[in-house]
Ligand binder design. Structure first.
Ligand code: NAD
Ligand code: UGA
Length: 463
Protein backbone atom coordinates (compact mmCIF):
# COMPACT_ATOMS: atom_id res chain seq x y z
CA UNK A 1 0.00 0.00 0.00
CA UNK A 2 1.43 3.39 -0.98
CA UNK A 3 0.92 5.88 1.83
CA UNK A 4 0.31 9.49 0.78
CA UNK A 5 -1.83 10.83 3.63
CA UNK A 6 -1.31 10.54 7.35
CA UNK A 7 -3.17 12.16 10.18
CA UNK A 8 -2.29 12.39 13.84
CA UNK A 9 -4.85 13.05 16.56
CA UNK A 10 -3.16 14.98 19.40
CA UNK A 11 -0.75 17.87 18.78
CA UNK A 12 1.14 17.54 22.07
CA UNK A 13 4.72 16.73 23.07
CA UNK A 14 4.60 13.49 21.06
CA UNK A 15 2.21 14.22 18.18
CA UNK A 16 3.76 17.58 17.25
CA UNK A 17 7.47 16.67 17.06
CA UNK A 18 6.89 13.14 15.71
CA UNK A 19 4.74 14.30 12.84
CA UNK A 20 7.04 17.23 12.08
CA UNK A 21 9.92 14.80 11.59
CA UNK A 22 7.83 12.39 9.50
CA UNK A 23 6.78 15.33 7.30
CA UNK A 24 10.34 16.58 6.96
CA UNK A 25 11.68 13.15 6.04
CA UNK A 26 8.75 12.17 3.79
CA UNK A 27 7.94 15.16 1.56
CA UNK A 28 5.73 12.86 -0.57
CA UNK A 29 3.36 12.27 2.37
CA UNK A 30 0.81 14.83 3.49
CA UNK A 31 0.83 14.92 7.30
CA UNK A 32 -2.01 16.62 9.17
CA UNK A 33 -1.87 17.02 12.95
CA UNK A 34 -5.23 17.70 14.59
CA UNK A 35 -6.27 18.65 18.09
CA UNK A 36 -9.39 19.84 19.90
CA UNK A 37 -7.31 22.52 21.62
CA UNK A 38 -7.71 25.56 19.36
CA UNK A 39 -5.09 27.59 21.19
CA UNK A 40 -2.49 24.84 20.74
CA UNK A 41 -3.23 24.51 17.01
CA UNK A 42 -3.09 28.29 16.58
CA UNK A 43 0.33 28.29 18.26
CA UNK A 44 1.58 25.51 15.94
CA UNK A 45 0.45 27.70 13.03
CA UNK A 46 2.03 30.89 14.40
CA UNK A 47 4.08 32.67 11.73
CA UNK A 48 6.72 33.36 14.39
CA UNK A 49 8.36 29.95 14.92
CA UNK A 50 9.52 30.93 18.40
CA UNK A 51 5.85 30.74 19.43
CA UNK A 52 5.21 27.08 18.58
CA UNK A 53 3.77 25.51 21.74
CA UNK A 54 6.54 23.04 22.47
CA UNK A 55 10.12 24.00 23.05
CA UNK A 56 12.55 21.38 21.76
CA UNK A 57 15.99 22.19 20.37
CA UNK A 58 15.83 22.09 16.55
CA UNK A 59 12.06 21.69 16.33
CA UNK A 60 11.32 25.21 15.08
CA UNK A 61 13.58 24.70 12.05
CA UNK A 62 11.92 21.41 11.12
CA UNK A 63 8.42 22.86 11.48
CA UNK A 64 9.57 25.87 9.48
CA UNK A 65 10.76 23.64 6.65
CA UNK A 66 7.72 21.36 6.39
CA UNK A 67 4.77 23.48 7.54
CA UNK A 68 2.55 24.55 4.64
CA UNK A 69 4.44 22.18 2.30
CA UNK A 70 3.26 18.78 3.57
CA UNK A 71 2.76 19.45 7.28
CA UNK A 72 -0.51 20.95 8.47
CA UNK A 73 -2.01 21.71 11.88
CA UNK A 74 -5.77 21.88 12.14
CA UNK A 75 -8.78 21.57 14.44
CA UNK A 76 -10.83 19.84 11.74
CA UNK A 77 -10.47 16.33 13.13
CA UNK A 78 -13.19 14.74 10.98
CA UNK A 79 -11.70 15.96 7.70
CA UNK A 80 -8.21 14.73 8.61
CA UNK A 81 -9.54 11.29 9.63
CA UNK A 82 -11.62 11.07 6.47
CA UNK A 83 -8.66 11.77 4.18
CA UNK A 84 -5.93 9.74 5.91
CA UNK A 85 -4.81 6.19 5.19
CA UNK A 86 -2.90 6.01 8.47
CA UNK A 87 -4.27 7.61 11.65
CA UNK A 88 -1.93 7.98 14.61
CA UNK A 89 -3.55 8.38 18.02
CA UNK A 90 -1.23 10.55 20.17
CA UNK A 91 -3.64 11.80 22.78
CA UNK A 92 -2.89 11.98 26.47
CA UNK A 93 -3.41 8.93 28.69
CA UNK A 94 -3.10 10.37 32.21
CA UNK A 95 -3.53 8.53 35.48
CA UNK A 96 -7.22 8.18 36.36
CA UNK A 97 -8.40 10.70 38.95
CA UNK A 98 -11.78 9.09 39.62
CA UNK A 99 -13.62 5.78 39.93
CA UNK A 100 -12.11 2.30 39.62
CA UNK A 101 -8.33 2.41 39.40
CA UNK A 102 -8.22 6.03 40.64
CA UNK A 103 -4.61 7.13 41.13
CA UNK A 104 -3.22 4.06 39.34
CA UNK A 105 -4.84 3.03 36.06
CA UNK A 106 -4.45 4.92 32.78
CA UNK A 107 -7.48 7.01 31.89
CA UNK A 108 -8.44 5.81 28.43
CA UNK A 109 -11.38 8.14 27.85
CA UNK A 110 -9.52 10.22 25.23
CA UNK A 111 -8.44 7.05 23.42
CA UNK A 112 -12.01 5.79 23.37
CA UNK A 113 -13.33 9.14 22.11
CA UNK A 114 -10.82 9.06 19.24
CA UNK A 115 -11.74 5.48 18.38
CA UNK A 116 -15.43 6.34 18.27
CA UNK A 117 -14.74 9.38 16.13
CA UNK A 118 -12.66 7.33 13.68
CA UNK A 119 -15.39 4.68 13.60
CA UNK A 120 -18.01 7.31 12.81
CA UNK A 121 -16.06 9.21 10.16
CA UNK A 122 -14.12 6.52 8.28
CA UNK A 123 -15.62 5.57 4.96
CA UNK A 124 -12.70 3.49 3.65
CA UNK A 125 -10.13 1.10 5.13
CA UNK A 126 -7.72 2.64 7.64
CA UNK A 127 -4.63 1.74 9.59
CA UNK A 128 -5.00 3.02 13.15
CA UNK A 129 -1.73 3.40 15.04
CA UNK A 130 -1.48 3.55 18.83
CA UNK A 131 1.25 6.15 19.41
CA UNK A 132 0.11 6.99 22.93
CA UNK A 133 1.44 4.80 25.74
CA UNK A 134 -1.27 2.31 26.57
CA UNK A 135 -1.97 -0.61 28.88
CA UNK A 136 -1.25 -3.97 27.30
CA UNK A 137 -4.29 -5.26 25.36
CA UNK A 138 -5.77 -1.79 24.67
CA UNK A 139 -5.72 -2.59 20.96
CA UNK A 140 -8.42 -5.16 21.67
CA UNK A 141 -10.75 -2.46 23.02
CA UNK A 142 -10.00 -0.10 20.12
CA UNK A 143 -10.66 -2.87 17.62
CA UNK A 144 -13.91 -3.77 19.26
CA UNK A 145 -15.13 -0.15 18.99
CA UNK A 146 -13.96 0.20 15.39
CA UNK A 147 -15.39 -3.13 14.23
CA UNK A 148 -18.85 -2.44 15.61
CA UNK A 149 -19.74 0.61 13.60
CA UNK A 150 -21.57 -1.21 10.87
CA UNK A 151 -20.20 0.76 7.93
CA UNK A 152 -18.16 -2.14 6.59
CA UNK A 153 -14.74 -0.50 6.84
CA UNK A 154 -11.72 -2.69 7.59
CA UNK A 155 -9.37 -1.42 10.32
CA UNK A 156 -5.90 -2.64 11.17
CA UNK A 157 -4.62 -1.64 14.61
CA UNK A 158 -0.88 -1.22 15.04
CA UNK A 159 1.07 -0.40 18.18
CA UNK A 160 3.96 1.97 17.52
CA UNK A 161 5.01 3.37 20.90
CA UNK A 162 7.17 6.47 21.06
CA UNK A 163 10.48 6.38 22.94
CA UNK A 164 11.58 10.00 22.52
CA UNK A 165 12.68 11.88 25.62
CA UNK A 166 11.81 15.54 26.03
CA UNK A 167 14.64 17.97 25.50
CA UNK A 168 16.18 15.61 22.94
CA UNK A 169 13.00 14.84 20.99
CA UNK A 170 14.30 15.92 17.59
CA UNK A 171 17.58 14.04 17.94
CA UNK A 172 15.73 10.94 19.24
CA UNK A 173 13.29 11.06 16.33
CA UNK A 174 15.98 11.58 13.69
CA UNK A 175 18.27 8.85 15.10
CA UNK A 176 16.10 6.46 17.11
CA UNK A 177 17.66 3.47 18.90
CA UNK A 178 14.80 1.48 17.43
CA UNK A 179 11.32 1.83 15.97
CA UNK A 180 8.88 -0.71 17.37
CA UNK A 181 5.81 -1.75 15.41
CA UNK A 182 3.38 -4.37 16.67
CA UNK A 183 0.58 -5.75 14.53
CA UNK A 184 -1.64 -8.72 13.77
CA UNK A 185 -0.07 -11.89 12.50
CA UNK A 186 -2.69 -12.14 9.72
CA UNK A 187 -1.80 -11.25 6.11
CA UNK A 188 -3.72 -7.96 6.46
CA UNK A 189 -1.92 -7.21 9.72
CA UNK A 190 1.47 -7.85 8.11
CA UNK A 191 0.54 -5.61 5.17
CA UNK A 192 -0.32 -2.80 7.58
CA UNK A 193 2.96 -3.29 9.44
CA UNK A 194 4.83 -3.08 6.13
CA UNK A 195 3.06 0.16 5.21
CA UNK A 196 4.29 1.78 8.42
CA UNK A 197 7.77 0.24 8.08
CA UNK A 198 7.95 1.88 4.64
CA UNK A 199 7.20 5.29 6.17
CA UNK A 200 10.00 5.01 8.74
CA UNK A 201 12.41 3.48 6.22
CA UNK A 202 12.63 6.91 4.61
CA UNK A 203 15.20 7.77 7.27
CA UNK A 204 15.64 4.85 9.69
CA UNK A 205 17.82 1.82 8.79
CA UNK A 206 15.64 -1.27 8.43
CA UNK A 207 17.67 -3.24 10.98
CA UNK A 208 16.51 -0.71 13.59
CA UNK A 209 12.84 -1.29 12.79
CA UNK A 210 11.56 -4.07 14.98
CA UNK A 211 8.23 -5.76 14.33
CA UNK A 212 6.38 -7.83 16.94
CA UNK A 213 2.89 -8.86 17.87
CA UNK A 214 0.65 -6.09 19.25
CA UNK A 215 0.79 -7.17 22.90
CA UNK A 216 4.60 -7.34 23.00
CA UNK A 217 4.80 -3.87 21.52
CA UNK A 218 2.31 -2.38 23.99
CA UNK A 219 4.02 -4.02 26.96
CA UNK A 220 7.55 -3.16 25.77
CA UNK A 221 6.79 0.54 26.10
CA UNK A 222 5.68 0.23 29.73
CA UNK A 223 8.63 -2.07 30.41
CA UNK A 224 11.17 0.37 28.93
CA UNK A 225 9.91 3.23 31.09
CA UNK A 226 9.80 1.03 34.18
CA UNK A 227 13.43 -0.09 33.66
CA UNK A 228 14.62 3.48 33.04
CA UNK A 229 12.87 4.85 36.12
CA UNK A 230 14.11 1.90 38.15
CA UNK A 231 17.72 2.83 37.41
CA UNK A 232 17.12 6.34 38.73
CA UNK A 233 15.44 5.08 41.90
CA UNK A 234 18.28 2.59 42.35
CA UNK A 235 21.00 5.24 42.18
CA UNK A 236 18.90 7.60 44.30
CA UNK A 237 18.56 4.89 46.95
CA UNK A 238 22.35 4.62 46.93
CA UNK A 239 22.65 8.40 47.23
CA UNK A 240 21.10 8.29 50.69
CA UNK A 241 23.50 5.57 51.76
CA UNK A 242 26.38 7.61 50.33
CA UNK A 243 25.40 10.59 52.46
CA UNK A 244 25.58 8.41 55.59
CA UNK A 245 28.83 6.66 54.76
CA UNK A 246 31.09 9.22 53.12
CA UNK A 247 30.90 7.53 49.74
CA UNK A 248 30.23 9.86 46.79
CA UNK A 249 27.36 8.83 44.52
CA UNK A 250 28.95 10.35 41.42
CA UNK A 251 32.03 8.20 41.99
CA UNK A 252 29.90 5.14 42.66
CA UNK A 253 27.87 5.77 39.48
CA UNK A 254 31.04 6.11 37.42
CA UNK A 255 32.54 2.97 38.93
CA UNK A 256 29.51 0.79 38.26
CA UNK A 257 28.71 2.39 34.89
CA UNK A 258 32.07 1.28 33.50
CA UNK A 259 30.84 -2.29 33.77
CA UNK A 260 29.60 -2.82 30.23
CA UNK A 261 26.75 -4.96 31.55
CA UNK A 262 25.45 -2.00 33.59
CA UNK A 263 26.41 0.87 31.25
CA UNK A 264 26.94 4.56 32.13
CA UNK A 265 23.60 6.14 31.17
CA UNK A 266 20.71 7.01 33.47
CA UNK A 267 22.78 6.78 36.63
CA UNK A 268 22.63 10.41 37.61
CA UNK A 269 21.46 10.81 41.20
CA UNK A 270 18.93 13.61 41.51
CA UNK A 271 16.17 15.22 43.49
CA UNK A 272 13.92 12.60 41.88
CA UNK A 273 12.59 11.94 38.41
CA UNK A 274 9.71 13.98 37.06
CA UNK A 275 7.93 14.19 33.74
CA UNK A 276 4.53 13.13 32.62
CA UNK A 277 5.30 9.49 31.99
CA UNK A 278 7.54 7.52 34.37
CA UNK A 279 5.22 7.71 37.35
CA UNK A 280 2.05 7.37 35.28
CA UNK A 281 3.34 4.37 33.34
CA UNK A 282 4.68 2.52 36.38
CA UNK A 283 1.44 3.08 38.30
CA UNK A 284 -0.35 1.71 35.28
CA UNK A 285 1.95 -1.32 35.22
CA UNK A 286 1.31 -1.87 38.93
CA UNK A 287 -2.42 -1.67 38.32
CA UNK A 288 -2.27 -4.15 35.44
CA UNK A 289 -0.20 -6.60 37.50
CA UNK A 290 -2.69 -6.35 40.38
CA UNK A 291 -5.61 -6.85 38.04
CA UNK A 292 -4.08 -10.22 37.05
CA UNK A 293 -3.52 -11.07 40.75
CA UNK A 294 0.27 -10.64 40.42
CA UNK A 295 0.79 -8.86 43.74
CA UNK A 296 4.54 -9.51 44.08
CA UNK A 297 5.12 -8.12 40.59
CA UNK A 298 3.01 -5.07 41.47
CA UNK A 299 4.84 -4.45 44.76
CA UNK A 300 8.23 -4.80 43.09
CA UNK A 301 7.53 -2.01 40.60
CA UNK A 302 5.63 0.19 43.03
CA UNK A 303 8.81 0.48 45.08
CA UNK A 304 10.34 2.58 42.25
CA UNK A 305 7.68 5.24 42.86
CA UNK A 306 7.91 4.99 46.65
CA UNK A 307 11.67 5.59 46.43
CA UNK A 308 11.17 8.56 44.10
CA UNK A 309 8.64 10.21 46.43
CA UNK A 310 11.05 9.64 49.31
CA UNK A 311 13.88 11.29 47.38
CA UNK A 312 11.87 14.48 46.71
CA UNK A 313 10.76 14.74 50.34
CA UNK A 314 14.28 13.98 51.57
CA UNK A 315 15.61 16.92 49.52
CA UNK A 316 13.21 19.44 51.06
CA UNK A 317 13.83 18.01 54.54
CA UNK A 318 17.57 18.46 54.04
CA UNK A 319 17.06 22.12 53.18
CA UNK A 320 14.97 22.76 56.29
CA UNK A 321 17.31 20.80 58.57
CA UNK A 322 20.44 22.50 57.24
CA UNK A 323 18.94 25.98 57.54
CA UNK A 324 18.83 25.52 61.33
CA UNK A 325 15.46 23.75 61.24
CA UNK A 326 13.53 26.76 60.06
CA UNK A 327 12.94 28.32 56.65
CA UNK A 328 10.12 30.52 57.88
CA UNK A 329 10.26 33.89 56.07
CA UNK A 330 13.55 32.90 54.44
CA UNK A 331 14.02 33.44 50.72
CA UNK A 332 14.96 30.23 48.92
CA UNK A 333 15.92 30.70 45.26
CA UNK A 334 14.97 27.89 42.86
CA UNK A 335 17.15 27.58 39.79
CA UNK A 336 14.96 25.63 37.40
CA UNK A 337 11.35 24.52 37.47
CA UNK A 338 11.12 22.27 34.36
CA UNK A 339 11.40 18.52 35.03
CA UNK A 340 14.64 18.41 33.01
CA UNK A 341 16.72 20.77 30.91
CA UNK A 342 15.88 21.89 27.37
CA UNK A 343 12.12 21.60 27.80
CA UNK A 344 9.35 23.91 28.95
CA UNK A 345 7.44 20.91 30.31
CA UNK A 346 6.88 20.95 34.08
CA UNK A 347 4.58 17.98 34.48
CA UNK A 348 5.40 16.11 37.73
CA UNK A 349 8.58 18.16 38.10
CA UNK A 350 10.31 17.56 41.43
CA UNK A 351 10.46 21.36 41.83
CA UNK A 352 6.68 21.48 42.38
CA UNK A 353 6.82 19.10 45.34
CA UNK A 354 9.93 20.61 46.89
CA UNK A 355 8.32 24.06 46.66
CA UNK A 356 5.11 22.75 48.18
CA UNK A 357 7.00 21.30 51.17
CA UNK A 358 8.95 24.52 51.71
CA UNK A 359 5.85 26.72 51.45
CA UNK A 360 4.32 24.55 54.17
CA UNK A 361 7.32 25.65 56.24
CA UNK A 362 6.51 29.30 55.38
CA UNK A 363 9.50 29.84 53.09
CA UNK A 364 9.43 32.46 50.32
CA UNK A 365 10.29 30.84 47.01
CA UNK A 366 11.98 32.82 44.22
CA UNK A 367 11.99 30.91 40.94
CA UNK A 368 14.09 31.41 37.85
CA UNK A 369 13.65 29.07 34.88
CA UNK A 370 14.71 30.12 31.38
CA UNK A 371 11.69 28.51 29.70
CA UNK A 372 8.88 28.30 32.24
CA UNK A 373 6.40 31.14 32.70
CA UNK A 374 5.14 32.48 36.03
CA UNK A 375 1.62 31.38 35.08
CA UNK A 376 2.77 27.78 34.60
CA UNK A 377 4.54 27.77 37.96
CA UNK A 378 1.45 29.07 39.76
CA UNK A 379 -0.84 26.67 37.88
CA UNK A 380 1.39 23.74 38.93
CA UNK A 381 1.19 24.72 42.59
CA UNK A 382 -2.50 25.55 42.54
CA UNK A 383 -3.22 22.18 40.92
CA UNK A 384 -2.00 20.48 44.11
CA UNK A 385 -4.77 22.25 46.07
CA UNK A 386 -2.58 22.31 49.19
CA UNK A 387 -3.54 25.92 49.98
CA UNK A 388 -5.40 28.88 48.54
CA UNK A 389 -4.35 30.58 45.31
CA UNK A 390 -3.73 33.76 47.34
CA UNK A 391 -1.39 31.92 49.69
CA UNK A 392 0.56 30.48 46.77
CA UNK A 393 0.74 33.92 45.18
CA UNK A 394 2.17 35.45 48.32
CA UNK A 395 4.73 32.64 48.82
CA UNK A 396 6.16 32.31 45.31
CA UNK A 397 7.58 34.89 42.95
CA UNK A 398 9.24 34.20 39.65
CA UNK A 399 12.04 36.23 38.11
CA UNK A 400 13.31 36.71 34.59
CA UNK A 401 16.82 37.41 35.93
CA UNK A 402 18.60 34.67 37.92
CA UNK A 403 20.76 37.18 39.78
CA UNK A 404 17.68 38.96 41.07
CA UNK A 405 16.13 35.64 42.08
CA UNK A 406 19.18 34.85 44.20
CA UNK A 407 19.63 38.30 45.72
CA UNK A 408 19.16 38.25 49.53
CA UNK A 409 18.37 34.52 49.45
CA UNK A 410 19.47 32.28 52.31
CA UNK A 411 19.83 29.33 49.99
CA UNK A 412 19.71 28.25 46.35
CA UNK A 413 18.14 24.98 45.28
CA UNK A 414 19.11 23.68 41.84
CA UNK A 415 16.07 21.79 40.54
CA UNK A 416 16.80 21.56 36.79
CA UNK A 417 20.13 20.89 35.12
CA UNK A 418 20.02 23.85 32.68
CA UNK A 419 23.51 24.32 31.20
CA UNK A 420 23.42 28.08 31.69
CA UNK A 421 23.56 27.69 35.48
CA UNK A 422 27.15 26.51 35.15
CA UNK A 423 28.16 29.76 33.45
CA UNK A 424 26.88 32.18 36.10
CA UNK A 425 29.06 34.67 37.96
CA UNK A 426 28.87 32.76 41.24
CA UNK A 427 31.00 35.26 43.12
CA UNK A 428 28.47 37.97 42.29
CA UNK A 429 25.61 35.72 43.43
CA UNK A 430 27.43 34.87 46.67
CA UNK A 431 28.07 38.52 47.43
CA UNK A 432 24.35 39.32 47.09
CA UNK A 433 23.10 36.53 49.40
CA UNK A 434 22.54 36.22 53.15
CA UNK A 435 25.41 34.45 54.91
CA UNK A 436 26.11 31.66 55.34
CA UNK A 437 25.01 31.12 51.73
CA UNK A 438 23.86 27.58 50.95
CA UNK A 439 23.49 25.70 47.67
CA UNK A 440 21.44 22.51 47.54
CA UNK A 441 22.31 21.02 44.18
CA UNK A 442 19.50 18.61 43.31
CA UNK A 443 21.21 17.78 40.03
CA UNK A 444 24.86 17.54 41.06
CA UNK A 445 25.37 20.05 38.28
CA UNK A 446 27.70 22.66 39.76
CA UNK A 447 31.34 22.41 40.74
CA UNK A 448 31.34 21.93 44.51
CA UNK A 449 35.01 22.82 45.01
CA UNK A 450 34.77 26.14 43.11
CA UNK A 451 31.68 27.15 45.04
CA UNK A 452 33.20 26.21 48.38
CA UNK A 453 36.27 28.29 47.52
CA UNK A 454 33.99 31.30 47.05
CA UNK A 455 32.43 30.63 50.46
CA UNK A 456 29.22 28.75 49.68
CA UNK A 457 28.10 25.82 51.79
CA UNK A 458 27.49 23.25 49.04
CA UNK A 459 25.39 20.14 49.37
CA UNK A 460 24.81 17.84 46.41
CA UNK A 461 22.69 14.70 46.29
CA UNK A 462 24.63 11.74 47.64
CA UNK A 463 27.83 13.59 48.41
P1 NAD B 1 -0.09 16.05 25.55
O1 NAD B 1 -1.06 16.25 26.64
O2 NAD B 1 1.04 16.99 25.36
O3 NAD B 1 -0.88 16.03 24.14
C1 NAD B 1 -2.06 15.32 23.93
C2 NAD B 1 -2.98 16.16 23.06
O4 NAD B 1 -4.11 15.37 22.66
C3 NAD B 1 -3.55 17.41 23.74
O5 NAD B 1 -3.16 18.57 23.02
C4 NAD B 1 -5.06 17.19 23.71
O6 NAD B 1 -5.80 18.39 23.49
C5 NAD B 1 -5.22 16.25 22.55
N1 NAD B 1 -6.46 15.47 22.57
C6 NAD B 1 -6.98 14.74 23.58
N2 NAD B 1 -8.11 14.14 23.19
C7 NAD B 1 -8.34 14.49 21.91
C8 NAD B 1 -9.34 14.17 20.96
N3 NAD B 1 -10.35 13.35 21.27
N4 NAD B 1 -9.25 14.72 19.73
C9 NAD B 1 -8.23 15.55 19.40
N5 NAD B 1 -7.24 15.88 20.27
C10 NAD B 1 -7.29 15.34 21.50
O7 NAD B 1 0.46 14.56 25.71
P2 NAD B 1 1.88 13.98 25.22
O8 NAD B 1 2.95 14.30 26.20
O9 NAD B 1 2.07 14.29 23.78
O10 NAD B 1 1.61 12.41 25.39
C11 NAD B 1 0.73 11.71 24.53
C12 NAD B 1 0.93 10.23 24.72
O11 NAD B 1 2.28 9.88 24.36
C13 NAD B 1 0.75 9.74 26.16
O12 NAD B 1 0.17 8.46 26.13
C14 NAD B 1 2.16 9.64 26.67
O13 NAD B 1 2.29 8.66 27.68
C15 NAD B 1 2.92 9.20 25.44
N6 NAD B 1 4.36 9.57 25.42
C16 NAD B 1 4.75 10.82 25.82
C17 NAD B 1 6.09 11.17 25.74
C18 NAD B 1 6.57 12.52 26.16
O14 NAD B 1 7.77 12.73 26.15
N7 NAD B 1 5.70 13.47 26.52
C19 NAD B 1 7.02 10.27 25.22
C20 NAD B 1 6.58 9.01 24.81
C21 NAD B 1 5.24 8.69 24.91
C1 UGA C 1 11.22 9.27 29.35
C2 UGA C 1 12.01 8.21 28.58
O1 UGA C 1 13.41 8.50 28.69
C3 UGA C 1 11.60 8.16 27.12
O2 UGA C 1 12.27 7.09 26.47
C4 UGA C 1 10.08 7.95 27.04
O3 UGA C 1 9.66 7.95 25.69
C5 UGA C 1 9.38 9.05 27.80
O4 UGA C 1 9.84 9.04 29.17
C6 UGA C 1 7.89 8.87 27.84
O5 UGA C 1 7.39 7.78 27.71
O6 UGA C 1 7.28 9.91 28.09
P1 UGA C 1 11.38 11.92 29.55
O7 UGA C 1 10.49 11.71 30.73
O8 UGA C 1 11.01 12.93 28.54
O9 UGA C 1 11.57 10.54 28.77
O10 UGA C 1 12.84 12.32 30.05
P2 UGA C 1 14.03 11.50 30.74
O11 UGA C 1 15.29 11.92 30.13
O12 UGA C 1 13.76 10.05 30.77
O13 UGA C 1 14.02 12.06 32.22
C7 UGA C 1 12.96 11.76 33.11
C8 UGA C 1 13.30 12.26 34.49
O14 UGA C 1 14.35 11.49 35.07
C9 UGA C 1 13.80 13.72 34.52
O15 UGA C 1 13.25 14.39 35.62
C10 UGA C 1 15.28 13.56 34.64
O16 UGA C 1 15.90 14.67 35.24
C11 UGA C 1 15.38 12.33 35.53
N1 UGA C 1 16.68 11.63 35.43
C12 UGA C 1 17.06 11.09 34.25
C13 UGA C 1 17.47 11.50 36.55
O17 UGA C 1 17.12 11.97 37.64
N2 UGA C 1 18.66 10.82 36.45
C14 UGA C 1 19.07 10.27 35.27
O18 UGA C 1 20.16 9.65 35.25
C15 UGA C 1 18.25 10.41 34.14
Amino acid sequence: MKITKICCIGAGYVGGPTMAVIAQKCPHIQVTVVDLNEERIAAWNDADLSNIPIYEPGLDAIVGEARGRNLFFSTDVDKAIHEAQIIFISVNTPTKTYGKGKGMAADLKYIELCSRQIARVAKDNKIVVEKSTLPVRTAEAIKSILDNTGNGVQFQILSNPEFLAEGTAVEDLLNPDRILIGGDTTAEGQEAIQALVDVYSNWVATDKILTTNVWSSELSKLTANAFLAQRISSINAMSELCEKTGANVNEVAKAIGMDSRIGPKFLKASVGFGGSCFQKDILNLVYIAKSYGLYQVADYWEQVIIMNDHQKRRFSNTIVRTLYNTVSDKKIAFLGWAFKKDTNDTRESAAIYVADDLINEHANIAVYDPKVSNKKIMDDLNYLETRSVEDNNSSVKSYSDPYEACQDAHAIAVLTEWDEFKTYDWQRIYDSMKKPAFIFDGRNLLNAKDLETIGFVYQGVGS
